[in-house]
Design a protein around this ligand. Structure first.
Ligand code: GDP
Length: 297
């Protein structure tokens, strides 16, 4: 997930640790390399700047450089700042899915992995949290997408709302709610239509569905490989329809990881899960401590 960044930072910190005594200049030199590594990983410039400024403030001066293990201290400061950058005010809360039936709205661009992620999330809630889950596709534009969800549902043993031809997305959302209530479901997941780019009709449709469904969670699915573009997409969706969290897909690929690192700081929204493959079990909760640990090796 963060192989390149991790390697780059690893070599900077190895050197720092081996040096023994450190001057403020040594720390500054190392931080310049950290800055380059973050920018190369496609972390946004303002986020990188703020990160370096914050580490610099804490890592220079007597307390660190005169300590017994200055290199370790600097690494600890970088670690803590990474956690801070990844989780903002605090760790992401659990999904708000008490009070059944709880609607979860999945939004995002076409091809981002929305349908796959809806299936993965349904499977996770069913297997790990013992929830009775209903899946519904609202993609009236693409019958293939509806079929895809139906197939996914049968593979993971999760019910899918039957397809009724000619219904609008809003009508499907209403029927899903009814079915979820009557059928005693804990959660129902609404997989909305996506388009190749953000446009007004897409946002209007999603907003209408949101008003009908009153989702407890609105999760934006974005392709982690698209780096800073993923962050921009998140900003737009949040401004137009409001999101409660983000799922970054394709984090199994050789992406540079910048989207994961900038997302929280730029949008203020937590990354809830990361997609790590095409299979229905390839979804992991995003935990800042663990990710920071992974980056720093
Ligand atoms: P949608 O148009 O947003 O619903 O996108 P899909 O769910 O149909 O996904 C598009 C493609 O991306 C499919 O081939 C998925 O198998 C693939 N995909 C989705 N999530 C991931 C992921 O986390 N990792 C990888 N490698 N592929 C993914």
């Amino acid at each position: 997930m963060f192989e390149n960044l991790s390697e780059r930072l690893g070599s900077v910190f190895d050197r720092l640790s081996r040096q023994g005594a450190l001057s403020d200049d040594d720390v500054s030199t190392a931080l310049r390399e950290v800055r380059t590594a973050l920018l190369e990983a496609d972390v946004s410039l303002p986020v990188t700047r703020e990160f370096i400024r914050s580490v610099q403030k804490k890592a220079t001066g007597q307390a660190v450089t005169k300590s017994v293990t200055p290199g370790q201290q600097v690494i600890k400061i970088v670690h803590d700042e990474l956690v801070n950058m990844l989780q903002g005010d605090g760790p992401a809360e659990r999904l708000k899915i008490d009070n059944p039936p709880a609607p979860i709205l999945m939004v995002g661009l076409q091809g981002s992995g929305k349908t796959t992620t809806s299936g993965k999330l349904a499977r996770r809630l069913k297997e790990r949290e013992n929830k009775k889950v209903l899946l519904a596709s609202l993609d009236t534009q693409r019958p293939a997408a509806m079929e895809q969800l139906a197939i996914l549902g049968s593979q993971i043993g999760v019910d899918v709302l039957p397809i009724v031809k000619g219904e609008s997305a809003v009508q499907i959302a209403r029927r899903a709610k009814q079915q979820a209530t009557l059928g005693g479901y804990d959660v129902y997941i609404l997989d909305t239509a996506g388009r190749l780019q953000i446009d007004i009709p897409l946002m209007e449709e999603v907003a209408q569905v949101r008003d009908v469904a009153q989702p407890r969670e609105t999760l934006l699915v974005v392709d982690g490989l698209t780096g800073q573009v993923a962050v921009e997409v998140a900003q737009e969706f949040d401004a137009k329809v409001g999101i409660t969290g983000v799922v970054l897909t394709r984090m199994d690929g050789d992406g540079r990881g910048g989207a994961a690192l900038s997302m929280r700081a730029v949008t203020g929204k937590p990354i809830r899960f990361v997609g790590l493959g095409e299979k229905s079990e390839a979804l992991e909760p995003f935990e800042a401590e663990r990710v920071a640990g992974r980056i720093l090796g």
